[in-house]
Design a protein around this ligand. Structure first.
Ligand code: BG6
Length: 515
């Protein structure tokens, strides 16, 4: 494999990160999993980079009774565990900014207590009353909390105050089109769209943002980024993880809702959209929605031929046996929930007419691998046919989203040796080789963007609606039908029905172990 030499590859344009203005982050569900696993560690990383000034503090809110000190201890343990070797003094300074309040989300008294606590802490930290409310709770609690904030007049800045008030909502945004619209109605009762930050954490990944840089900061790709040169596109989001301890949620969701409606369509939009007028939030989000609207709607006929769902049965992951989906805790033993979805989509516009987009996502597959592969058309004529090289492989551009973040381009080249001697070579760049260290996590980017008020990487309501509209015919079809998903053994790369979807078009999935 040809490697781009790091020093040859870099000529950096570094825009200094904008530090967060003074303000408070109020996290509902502070004793929960998301806060422990992701938010605290990500905030600490941002803090270490000097981007959270004196005027920042976090008020955790949860049903569990904790004192400030107990909450700080939980944070110290979590951060220490994830960021081994975290500098003690930085950790101390960070955790000194954490506070906790407990209560019942449906009790108006909680919101009055939050208001009083914020007034006291705003004074202590000299903030100007800027507050970000973060809903890290199960979605059924969103309306209760939003209404509580609205009734306590916490959803807008105090009269005369210069600060802002924002709301961060984690996916899922509804479980179908109807509930998504209802959720939107409830949230808009108290917050307007400019205050709402909907997190699809895939958009915060460095490699996903790089799709925009790659396409629109280089002149050589856009001219070939269309139906004249591209044969098809594969978007893969494979996980070896199962549903962990989320059986209750997952069994009502499934892969189509959990991954496809948001992360997969989000990546497709970035790959397929037209160049935005600028790097501004609404220009980018306008183009994303525009291309999503061009996706050909699914019909009963196309669902039968172009959509396949699977469910894992017992198998082996990394040499260890794992149970099947139906044996997972909190899962119905007769569940028909999809843990794997494969679909073929078409984008009906001038750029993409006739180019299939093959999307696949699944749990308990052989390995974690998220990638976007652009397969170009073969050469129209091989002049090497007399030497037996009539069918030359096509160029493939692979954007490795994770875990081995990078980009590679494969092409044909002369190998040293006899006169006609050719091979497929790969030119590749790896984030770790070139930039070193760990790639910053998605939540670091998103938390900071929310604090500085940049909505570019957050999902707008029209995007949520269009993507639900697209998957609704599939959900309805599955709900009405009696068919069950195809079974696949945990630890496999694919299964015959998923393979047939692409092979019937004379194409093949890229292997999950190909780099
Ligand atoms: C979440 C899904 O949105 O993304 C999970 O709910 C999934 O089921 C996760 O495991 C995958 O995220 P990542 O960043 O690990 O690829």
């Amino acid at each position: 494999m040809e490697k781009i030499h790091p020093s040859a590859a870099r000529q950096d344009i570094v825009c200094a990160e904008v530090p967060a203005p003074p303000g408070a982050l109020i996290v509902f569900g502070a004793s929960g999993d998301l806060v422990r696993r992701k938010l605290l560690v990500s905030l600490f990383e941002v803090f270490k980079r000097g981007l959270l000034g004196e005027g920042f503090y976090l008020l955790g809110c949860g049903r569990k009774e904790f004192s400030d000190e107990q909450f700080r201890e939980v944070a110290r343990q979590q951060i220490g565990h994830k960021a081994a070797g975290a500098p003690e003094d930085a950790l101390q300074r960070f955790t000194d900014k954490l506070y906790y309040i407990s209560g019942d989300y449906s009790d108006a008294a909680l919101y009055n207590s939050i208001k009083a606590r914020l007034a006291e802490l705003d004074k202590k930290h000299s903030t100007d009353g800027s507050h970000i409310f973060y809903l890290a709770v199960p979605p059924f609690l969103y309306p209760t909390i939003v209404d509580g904030l609205g009734s306590a007049r916490l959803a807008c800045p105090d009269k005369g105050a210069s600060g802002y008030v924002r709301l961060v909502v984690e996916k899922p945004f509804g479980r179908d089109l109807e509930t998504a619209l209802e959720l939107d109605r409830v949230i808009h009762r108290c917050f307007d769209e400019s205050q709402i930050y909907r997190i699809d954490h895939y958009l915060g990944k460095e490699t996903v943002q790089n799709i925009l840089m790659f396409r629109f900061a280089n002149a050589i790709f856009e001219p070939v980024w269309n139906r004249n040169y591209i044969d098809h596109i594969q978007i893969t989001l494979a996980e070896s993880l199962g549903i962990e301890h989320r059986g209750g949620y997952y069994d009502k969701s499934g892969a189509l809702r959990d991954m496809f409606q948001n992360h997969m369509l989000g990546m497709l939009a970035l790959v397929a959209m037209e160049p935005p007028a600028s790097f501004g939030a609404d220009h980018i989000r306008d183009e994303k929605v525009k291309v999503l609207r061009c996706i050909r709607p699914f019909t009963a006929e196309s669902i039968a031929t172009d959509v396949v769902r699977g469910q894992y049965v017992a198998g082996t992951i990394d040499g260890s046996p794992v149970v099947g989906y139906r044996q997972e805790s909190d899962v119905d033993p007769n569940s028909r929930t999809d843990t794997h979805v494969v679909a073929k989509l078409f984008v009906d516009n001038w750029r993409w007419q006739g180019v299939p987009f093959y999307l696949r996502t699944g749990k308990r597959l052989a390995r974690k691998d998220t990638e976007i592969a652009i397969k170009f058309k073969k050469v129209p004529h091989s002049m090497f046919v007399s030497a037996g090289l009539g069918d030359l492989p096509a160029n493939v551009l692979v954007m490795q989203i994770q875990p081995a973040e990078g980009i590679s381009l494969s092409f044909q080249a002369k190998r040293p040796g006899s006169k006609v001697c050719m091979g497929t070579l790969r030119m590749s760049f790896s984030y770790r080789d070139v930039f070193g260290g760990e790639v910053p996590g998605a939540y670091e980017r998103l938390l900071l963007d929310c604090m500085v008020g940049d909505q570019t990487l957050f999902t707008r309501q029209d995007d949520v609606e269009v993507s639900w509209q697209l998957v609704m015919p599939i959900l309805d079809n599955w709900r009405k039908g009696s068919a069950t998903p195809f079974e696949y053994p945990a630890g496999c790369e694919s299964f015959p029905e998923a393979d047939a979807l692409i092979e019937s078009d004379g194409r093949k999935w890229r292997s999950l172990t190909e780099d």
